[in-house]
Design a binder for this molecule. Structure first.
Ligand code: M6R
Length: 609
């Protein structure tokens, strides 16, 4: 997501900060900005688009000063415009704030600030922090930031400077990473070590709910009560390339590891405080329009289509509405029956997929309502839809999608619960209870990610496999499709996914002695049937790889390999079953010496039909 750099020292801050931002470009962003504090006070420059746009604006200007902060923004609240770019300033122009994350209670805070006379100049959640500093500052910036952090909900890294304390940067973090760079007569903060690796390789990680005071002479870390926290520094020996990937070999490894945060961000702030009601980001449909919907049609391509299939199970279960899921490339060519009472959900990570875009345009031409589920703020799909739910997974660099897909899955559950709430098919308590189940999932993914070494070992043993089959039932079926797609994309292994019950209607003929078959079998009402299916393929010589729930012994007798996942409600299981399949495919690709991040023939955004 966003990239952050902060610098205090002897050098001219502008160059140091811009250099840090250049190194953070790999994180993906759509606007950039800097502020420098010097003899002329606080000077700020921000620009939509690439860093080159900002550099162009700055080229004729002098921003002297040895303290600076910089930011590359990946839009979440409000489109990527100059006004929404960071740093944000307060009404007096003394406070500069950059931020990564989402402040979930910002609407409440904005309302209070406006009542108290502050002028809001952007659509962002970040700006509230600048105004809160302005209100609460009494000559002690660290204390002010500590007090504000206590009132913020959500996730954040904040880096703040104040013209009245010209040698000080204050930074704070919750749920997102922040690193300190310890130099000689100069110090840094950054989203990761890439931000300052050109200047120092001594770093210290900032822990949850800590506030950092960065001065030229040194760095002090406190908790939210102001108590000093000692910590260890470490030496970074990565090269710059490895640093961009957070030390991982491929961006995909990093993106797989970021999935707990992606799901957290997607779910964050959906329940309105007090009322406990779910809401979507942008919605031009009235409650009456949502209640009048008679059918849902989901259109998407590739992995997004698989997320749509999971959405069908959730929406039908919770809302009792008929749902069709259609590959966007086929949709408009079959003269689909859609109209004013149809809700079309267009799912697209990039928001630019030509097939999905054309399908949604066709749906709108038939007067259907269109809800976009996308990871890209301001994308064409989001602009051309009646409502948008942003998945907020952060930018994905690897061509094959991992964290963006898991975020889509989370988003589809949110859509299902939103429709159930508005249409009254589930009461508020039940909606809240399901949201609570969902909110527990990121921690389960975190735990699951710690158990992946046996899966990698298994992948390496499949290095010569020519064909792999994936089976699942219920929501396990779309995940079988996704597991097969990931394996094809990454490892170029011929792979197919089937509903497990379908196998004996033909695909079972593919099984030869030793054929690897992945069976997605977390605890579920249909499990006895799945166990029969495992036995059927095993009896034909298949090497069975079973994804099952912790503590479930029932599959063990029929499994050559068991991959255990933490227990979770069966409808939500895709959020966990997907993870070992991603790891399996990425590792198999690595074992085959392939480029995990850029598989042959594929593009991240498919903008042609
Ligand atoms: O950007 P979109 O979600 O619309 O992209 C759809 C598909 O092209 C995409 O999911 C594709 O299948 C990926 N390579 C999956 O890893």
């Amino acid at each position: 997501m966003c990239g952050i750099v902060g610098y205090v020292g002897d050098q001219q801050a502008l160059e140091v900060v811009l250099d840090g931002l250049r190194r953070l470009e790999y994180r993906g962003y759509d606007s950039a900005g800097v502020s420098v504090l010097g003899a002329d006070g606080l000077q700020v420059e921000r620009k939509a688009g690439k860093l080159a746009n900002l550099e162009k604006v700055l080229s004729g200007r002098d921003l002297p000063g040895t303290l600076g902060i910089g930011h590359t923004r990946w839009a979440t609240h409000g489109p990527p415009t100059d006004a929404n770019a960071h740093p944000h300033v307060d009404c007096t122009g003394k406070v500069a704030v950059v931020h990564n994350g989402t402040i979930e209670n910002f609407e409440l805070l904005v309302a209070g600030l406006q009542d108290r006379g502050h002028e809001r100049r952007s659509d962002t959640d970040t700006e509230v922090v600048a105004h809160l500093v302005e209100e609460r500052y009494d000559g002690d910036l660290p204390a002010t930031v500590r007090s504000i952090c206590k009132d913020l909900e959500g996730s954040f890294v904040l880096v703040i400077s104040h013209a009245d304390e010209p040698g000080l940067i204050v930074a704070a973090r919750r749920n997102l990473p922040l690193v300190i760079g310890l130099g000689d007569g100069e110090n840094f903060v950054g989203s990761d070590v890439t931000a300052f690796i050109a200047h120092t390789r001594e770093a210290r990680a900032v822990e949850q709910d800590q506030v950092v005071e960065v001065r030229r002479e040194g760095v002090t870390v406190t908790d939210l009560e102001g108590a000093v926290v000692e910590g260890e520094s470490y030496h970074v020996d990565w090269d710059t390339d490895a640093a961009e990937k957070g030390g991982y070999e491929f961006f995909m490894d990093k993106e797989i590891a970021e999935q707990p945060e992606a799901v957290r961000a997607t779910l964050g702030g959906r329940l309105t405080e007090g009322e406990g009601l779910l809401h979507l980001d942008e919605l031009s449909m009235s409650v009456e329009d949502v209640r009048d919907i008679e059918q849902v049609v989901i259109i998407a391509c590739g992995s997004s289509y698989h997320s749509g299939l999971v959405g069908k199970y959730a929406i039908e279960r919770w809302c009792r509405l008929p749902v069709q899921v259609e590959m966007a490339s086929e949709f408009r060519y079959r003269d689909p029956v859609v109209g004013r009472r149809t809700l079309v959900i267009a799912i697209s990570q990039s928001g630019e997929t030509a097939d999905t875009l054309e399908a949604l345009r066709h749906a709108r031409s038939q007067r259907a309502w269109v809800l976009a589920v996308t990871n890209t703020v301001g994308s064409t799909v989001s602009r051309e839809s009646d409502a948008v739910l942003y998945t907020r997974a952060g930018p994905e660099v690897a061509v094959a999608s991992t964290k963006a897909v898991i975020a889509q899955l989370a988003a589809m559950y949110v859509v299902g619960l939103y429709l159930a709430q508005v249409r009254g098919t589930r009461d508020a308590d039940e909606v809240r209870a399901h949201m609570q189940d969902l909110q527990e999932v990121p921690a389960l993914i975190e735990e699951l990610l710690t158990r992946m070494e046996p899966v990698r070992e298994l992948a390496r043993s499949l290095v010569d496999a020519e064909r792999v089959l994936f089976l699942g039932r219920h929501v396990g079926f779309p995940m079988a499709l996704e597991g097969a797609l990931k394996l094809k994309e990454l490892a170029y292994v011929s792979a197919e996914g089937f509903p497990a019950g379908e196998i004996k209607h033909g695909p079972i003929a593919l099984i030869e002695p030793g054929t690897p078959v992945v069976i997605i079998a977390p605890r579920h009402a249909l499990q006895a049937k799945l166990i029969n299916n495992i036995q059927e393929v095993r009896a034909r010589g298949a090497r069975t790889i079973v994804i099952a729930t912790d503590g479930d012994e029932s599959v063990t007798p029929y499994a050559d390999h068991v991959i255990l996942i933490p227990d979770v409600k069966s409808l939500l299981a895709p959020l966990l079953t997907i993870v070992p399949m991603q790891v399996l495919s990425a590792e198999l690709a690595r074992a085959r010496g392939l480029d995990v991040d850029q598989p042959r023939n594929l593009a991240k955004s498919v903008t042609v039909e």
